[in-house]
Design a binder for this molecule. Structure first.
Ligand SMILES: O=C(O)Cc1cc(O)ccc1O
Ligand SMILES: [Fe+2]
Length: 437
């Protein structure tokens, strides 16, 4: 069970000291000539120095050795991570992936080795774009840490808890929880069982909780339910590997000690986790279907007002009570890209074929919506209050960007389901014809 301590709050100014070294945080300044306990000071920037105060993110780390003490980086081979979006020809078709494979029993893959890019857009060098990855791993990262120089990772475990050690401390992230580890933050992941999940990466900008508009001051994700680790360090002089994702490729270097040697830290640029069951769900209580934006947990905004480079949206269990309404998602064509995954249960619009650990992609302006069975049932059902999606958690990564599927996503994973289009075959023509003159 999760017995770790956390700090609660979103976008808060935190400070934390490992209790083994009380007073390790310099009390009156950021950069003393000599730090308590002989620690080194290091600054981690999450935004430009000159970013407006409301967006400005940085943290001061007090550590046993500065991060710079490492050998040169070399390419890390055998990775299915990419930001090359031209591997395949564009494909506007609705896509559905069966559950992505877990490593087989005689394979050993840690989180880094098990990361595969499915689709994405943009360029980490231009600090604009996203990538969607899936991971499947069965061993812990042994004396190996990872950091992403390209952007932030929003990690959605689907199977298996992740024990994540970061420079800021430890967190355990279970399925139905998510975490965000931002650009530059080093972490290592331990797993106890074959584990699988999804990663939404955003280049160059950070996630926020959405504005609430007329909803008011409260609702959706509550800032106090976002949890940040408390300082924890290890003083271990061993060969340690640091893997970096840099401009879409992985590189590896070695150093002679654990990078998890931060004794205390202070700032507002931190990793955090969030339990999806704590989301305060809002929905229509009389008629019509609310847009899925009502279920936005986190958003990464573009420069265009109200338009997200990436929204993280969930479809949690909730009561459906609308009168004279077609209750499932409406048929539509969207100017945004919609990538969906399933943590457990069944998605209301597609009871078959879209399975936990699998995915769908409905690209810009590609028509989609409930399958024929769902339509037929929803147009006939007695509209009593109904708890939908009990025992279910589907989610969507929605982006204003056009997404390209990688070679891994289209071919190598062997999970694309060629039968997907069939769930929309055989719509009955119900048209009753014009009024007779
Ligand atoms: O396509 C989907 O299943 C996601 C979705 C759900 C919904 O309730 C309304 C619109 C929408 O795109
Ligand atoms: Fe949709």
């Amino acid at each position: 069970m999760d017995e770790l301590k956390y700090l609660s709050g979103f976008n808060s100014e935190f400070k934390s000291e490992d209790p083994r070294c009380p007073g390790s945080l310099p009390p009156d300044q950021n950069s003393p000539q000599n730090c308590p306990y002989g620690l080194y000071t290091e600054h981690l920037s999450g935004t430009a120095f000159t970013a407006p105060r409301v967006d400005n993110k940085r943290t001061w780390l007090y550590r046993i050795r500065p991060s710079i003490g490492h050998d040169p980086f070399k390419p890390f081979l055998n990775s299915n991570i990419t930001s090359n979006w031209d591997e395949q020809e564009p494909d506007p078709n609705q896509m559905r992936w069966k559950a992505f494979d877990l490593p087989s029993k005689n394979e050993k893959k840690d989180f880094v080795e098990g990361l595969n890019t499915v689709c994405g857009s943009g360029d980490p060098r231009l600090k604009h774009g996203i990538a969607i990855h899936v991971y499947a791993c069965n061993v812990s990262m042994k004396d190996r840490a990872f950091y992403n120089s390209d952007g932030d990772f929003l990690i959605v475990p689907q199977q298996g808890a992740l024990k994540i050690i970061t420079e800021f401390g430890k967190m355990i992230v279970q399925p139905n929880e998510i975490c965000v580890i931002q650009q530059g933050m080093r972490f290592t992941i331990d797993v106890k069982e074959p584990s699988r999940g999804y990663v939404l990466e955003v280049y160059g900008r950070h996630f926020t909780i959405p504005d609430l508009g007329p909803i008011g001051a409260n609702g959706l994700a509550n800032p106090r339910h976002f949890l940040t680790p408390v300082a924890w360090y290890e003083d271990r002089d061993v060969r340690y590997e640091i893997v970096v994702k840099y401009q879409g490729k992985l590189f590896i270097c070695e150093q002679d000690h654990s990078p998890f040697d931060v004794v205390s830290w202070a700032g507002n640029y931190v990793p955090y986790k969030y339990d999806l069951s704590k989301f305060m769900v809002i929905n229509s209580v009389l008629f019509d279907h609310c847009d899925p934006s009502i279920f936005t947990v986190l958003t990464c905004q573009s420069e265009i007002k109200g338009t997200a480079i990436a929204d993280f949206v969930i479809f949690p269990p909730r009561w459906s009570v609308q009168e004279h309404t077609f209750r499932p998602p409406y048929y539509h064509r969207n100017c945004m890209s919609e990538f969906m995954g399933l943590i457990y249960g069944h998605y209301e619009a597609k009871k078959e074929g879209f399975v936990a650990g699998g995915a769908t992609l409905h690209s810009i302006m590609t028509p989609h919506g409930p399958d024929v069975n769902c339509y037929n049932q929803a147009t006939k059902e007695d509209l009593k209050p109904n708890k939908i999606a009990e025992g279910t958690q589907a989610f969507m990564f929605e982006s204003c960007l056009g997404l390209a599927v990688t070679k891994w996503g289209a071919e190598t994973c062997h999970k694309l389901d060629a039968e997907y289009y069939k769930c929309w075959k055989n719509f009955k023509k119900n048209f009753t014809g014009p009024v007779a003159k």
